[in-house]
Ligand binder design. Structure first.
Ligand SMILES: [Zn+2]
Length: 477
């Protein structure tokens, strides 16, 4: 029998607001355990949450960028469940009136045609803390730093039919979240994670099969592998005459298999009720309009502009716009050196090579974002040679040195003033009578030789063009 895989995703993304959703604590990743907490986010009785307006703005931005309707009358609800990383024993979320509904993201479907993945809803909620198992003491510790970090949950309809479609959808979604500045989507830090709902059915069937859910997946590779495995597992059960059980499963990427965690809960198991501590949020039309008008340039628009206005090749543009981190560096660098094509060449050449060599990705770039621009300016103005520029960039990449200071301190600058160059060149002419005569006799190669001698005498610290100019002037006198 032929089977069709049906997949829907619930994606959680941590927002890059500076403050948590209901208190003033920082959202910064890491930090000593339980240092980014206060009475509110640690769930002390008698405290009251105050909504961070930025979270609403980011949710509206995401909704607009994913073609959603924005709900003007919003409410928060309590989702009740006990878990040690959730000190209040309930999570403030949105069940009845989510902020965004009925959107879609366009992907390339299985057949190569463009297709829409519908977005059922996007809602705002707070993140829970983290449980850390301590093998040494054989106990579990709780770190509440993540408690109250704002999240958006983006729920798709079950519109995807293969692992490739899922990865395409996630790639698009990540690009939207990054370009709108809503989230950094650092998957290894858990700021983008997906729950994969998957079922299989006979090809052509209209009814859905029983689905399982794989929770908190934070790597594209693992998601693709888990989908292949889970689809086959369900097909095998059906082929053997069995029934798929609705449950939550955990994907074990190291062993390449999934196992049952618990039976899947439905909304009613959480006994949701309206959050009494927060008033309704009324979003005016003007606010939505102003967010729409100030929406940052998204990937496709940027790509088009780079090609049409900056004259960058399409292939290069694709490589840069694939990562918001490369985009940011490219724009900063172009702004400083005023030569976008040259900036792009340095990024795609030197930078990508360094990233590759060190096994890093663009999001790991941690040098000052003005450094590359400064290096290019020095090269283009003839203050340092291209080779020196590359060496300085290596130093910037590895140690985040200030390029101008580094060049000055290590005396790497080129000498181009005639007063300094002339005596050295005159000296070379005096010592190479034979070559000088050959040149005067019409032998062009002799000139190259003399330039080489000058560069050697100057230890490569002069622009070759300038040396050639002075040399010719002296010879042709
Ligand atoms: Zn707090």
């Amino acid at each position: 029998m032929n089977y069709e895989i049906v997949i829907g995703l619930e994606v959680h993304t941590e927002l890059s607001t500076k403050r948590k959703i209901f208190c003033n604590c920082t959202t910064q990743f890491g930090g000593e355990p339980n240092t980014h907490v206060c009475e509110i986010c640690s769930g002390m009785p008698g405290t009251l949450p105050v909504l961070n307006k930025k979270v609403v703005e980011y949710a509206i931005r995401t909704g607009i960028a994913t073609n959603c309707d924005i709900t003007t009358n919003n409410k928060f609800d309590r989702k009740n469940y006990f878990y040690p990383d959730l000190p209040k024993a309930y999570q403030i979320s949105q069940l009845y009136f989510p902020i965004c509904r009925n959107g879609h993201i366009d992907i390339i479907g299985k057949d190569g045609e463009e297709k829409q993945v519908r977005i059922h809803e996007i809602h705002m909620e707070e993140d829970a803390g983290k449980l850390i198992h301590d093998d040494w003491e054989d106990c579990t510790l709780v770190d509440y730093n993540r408690c109250g970090v704002p999240l958006l949950e983006i729920v798709s309809e079950p519109d995807m039919r293969s692992a490739e479609e899922v990865i395409d959808y996630l790639t698009k979604l990540r690009s939207i979240l990054q370009y709108t500045g809503v989230s950094d989507c650092k998957m290894q830090e858990g700021s983008l994670r997906a729950d994969v709902n998957l079922s299989v059915r006979e090809m052509g069937s209209k009814e859905f099969g029983t689905r399982t859910e794989m929770k908190n997946m934070n790597s594209f590779k693992a998601i693709a592998r888990a989908i292949e495995y889970e689809a086959q597992r369900q097909i095998d059960i059906i082929e053997e005459g069995g029934k798929v059980v609705q449950e939550t499963r955990r994907w074990d990427d190291a062993n390449g298999e999934s196992y049952a965690m618990r039976s899947k809960e439905d909304a009613q198991d959480y006994k949701y009720f309206p959050e009494p501590d927060l008033p309704p949020i009324i979003i005016g039309k003007e606010w939505i309009e102003s967010v729409k008008n100030n929406l940052p340039e998204l990937k496709d628009a940027k790509k088009k502009r780079y090609i049409e206005q900056l004259g960058l090749p399409e292939y290069d543009t694709g490589l840069i716009t694939d990562s918001i981190h490369l985009v940011r560096l490219f724009e900063k660098t172009s702004e400083i050196c005023k030569k976008p094509k040259i900036a792009a060449n340095w990024i795609l050449g030197e930078l990508l090579m360094r990233l590759n060599e060190s096994g890093k990705t663009p999001e790991d770039i941690d040098f000052d974002d003005s450094s590359l621009g400064k290096i290019i300016v020095m090269v283009e103005e003839g203050k340092i040679s291209r080779d020196t520029g590359k060496k300085v960039f290596k130093k910037v990449f590895e140690e985040n040195v200030d390029p101008e200071k580094y060049v000055a301190e290590n005396n790497l600058g080129l000498v181009s003033d005639t007063a300094t160059l002339k005596p050295v060149i005159e000296d070379v002419i005096a010592q190479n009578e034979k070559s000088v005569n050959e040149y005067k006799g019409g032998k062009q190669q002799a000139l190259q030789y003399l330039i080489g001698q000058c560069m050697r005498a100057l230890r490569g610290k002069a622009p070759a063009q300038e040396v050639q100019k002075i040399l010719k002037e002296l010879l042709d006198k």
